[in-house]
Write a protein that binds this ligand. Structure first.
Ligand code: SF4
Ligand code: SF4
Length: 359
């Protein structure tokens, strides 16, 4: 395996073996066959660095911080050696006219081939005047840059769904990338902020296969957003046993019980936090004692209710009691009850969304 990435990794003290292992893990996280890890490593090592233009619009820079300020050096960071990041106003040395010239040159030289990353929402009110760069509105720049790109990555909840800038009363008329651009492939990587390894996975897939990964009905990569937080949460056995913390410092909280009744939105939130975790796999919000806020769902923020339990009945014991009345023997009753409560919870969760909180 040869190439600029391997050279760069070697300089950072990361071995070929570690990189192969990383690619195998990435492939397995993306539900690709076992051979895909090696293919991914070979492709990434040999890939010509595609031009990437990254446009930060109406945002807080949290997405850029998330990707670039994880622990250092990271293999995620090294993946960025695989691309030619030709414009990113927060990270680039150039500024002003020089920066705009770099963007125009990259768009011209790589017409039809460059990858466009957008973070932040796009304000449409008063002709887009709420957010301008070099005297031009975000919406103008987005349309211009999207016209010549091969595909778009909408990074973070703002670019994916409008996010916090779109929250009621949405004074700037903020919308998502997909609300503006209708004729390009778009992958949404929501999260406030998004998980760095998800971004890496999408880039690795694009570099390896020349295409975006399979998406769900909200434009998210299925490999990372196919399950809910609740599906993979390590506190799930407590949910199934009906053991819920009632306050953040009660006995249940100290014993690591489920945070559903403290407002956890894990049952209706699709993201990979429970498996990938944060800060290099150190921990994630639920492991740190706080319920999921639902930051990767379209209704994030306006749905609110961060400390209010979902309307979904989280009452497994109710099903246990019903089964005990009907049951033919304690063992069967418990087994039936467990099954019933899981089915009921699953059915209820499948039909409950963050929007239900607004009702
Ligand atoms: S409700 Fe939240 S804390 Fe409880 S099991 Fe589900 S995701 Fe985990
Ligand atoms: S646990 Fe929930 S709110 Fe927290 S980062 Fe993950 S998806 Fe977002």
């Amino acid at each position: 395996m040869q190439g600029p990435l391997i050279d760069s990794l070697t300089r950072q003290g990361i071995t070929r073996r570690t990189f192969l292992k990383y690619c195998a893990t990435l492939a397995s996280m993306m539900a690709l066959p076992p051979t895909a890890g090696r293919a991914m490593a070979e492709a990434m090592a040999a890939a010509k660095r595609p031009s990437v233009i990254w446009l930060p619009f109406q945002e807080c820079t949290g997405c850029t911080e998330s990707i670039t300020r994880s622990h250092s050096p990271t293999i995620e960071g090294m993946i960025f050696d695989m691309i030619s990041l030709d414009y990113q106003e927060t990270l680039m040395a150039a500024a002003g006219f020089q920066a705009e010239e770099a963007r125009h040159n990259a768009m011209k030289e790589n017409a039809g081939k460059y990858l466009l990353i957008v973070d932040g929402s796009i304000p449409l009110a008063i002709d887009g005047a709420y957010s301008c760069i070099g005297g031009r509105s975000n919406v103008d720049i987005l349309k211009e840059a999207a016209a010549g790109c091969a595909a778009i990555v909408a990074m973070g909840s703002c670019a994916s769904y409008g996010g916090i800038p779109k929250a009621n009363p949405n004074p700037t008329g903020a919308v998502s990338v997909a609300d503006v651009i209708k004729d390009k492939p778009i992958v949404n990587i929501p999260g406030c902020p998004p998980i760095p390894v998800v971004m890496t996975g999408v880039l690795a897939h694009y570099l390896t296969f020349g295409a975006l990964p399979e998406l769900d009905d909200k434009g998210r990569p299925k490999a990372f957003f196919g399950d809910t937080i609740h599906d993979r949460c390590y506190r799930r056995p407590f949910y199934d046993q009906g053991k819920f913390a009632k306050t953040f410092d009660d006995e249940g909280a100290r014993n690591g019980w489920c945070l559903f009744e403290l407002g956890c939105k894990g049952p209706v939130t699709h993201n990979a936090c429970a498996t990938v975790k944060w800060n290099g796999g150190t921990s994630w919000p639920v492991e740190s004692g706080h319920g999921c806020l639902g930051c990767s769902e379209p209704d994030f923020w306006d749905a609110g209710g961060f400390y209010k339990a979902l309307s979904t009945p989280a009452d497994p014991l109710r099903f246990a009691a019903a089964a005990a009345v009907v049951g033919a023997g304690a063992g069967v009753a418990v087994s039936f009850a467990n099954r019933a409560k899981k089915d009921a919870a699953k059915t209820a969760h499948e039909t409950t969304t963050l929007a239900d909180l607004e009702k």
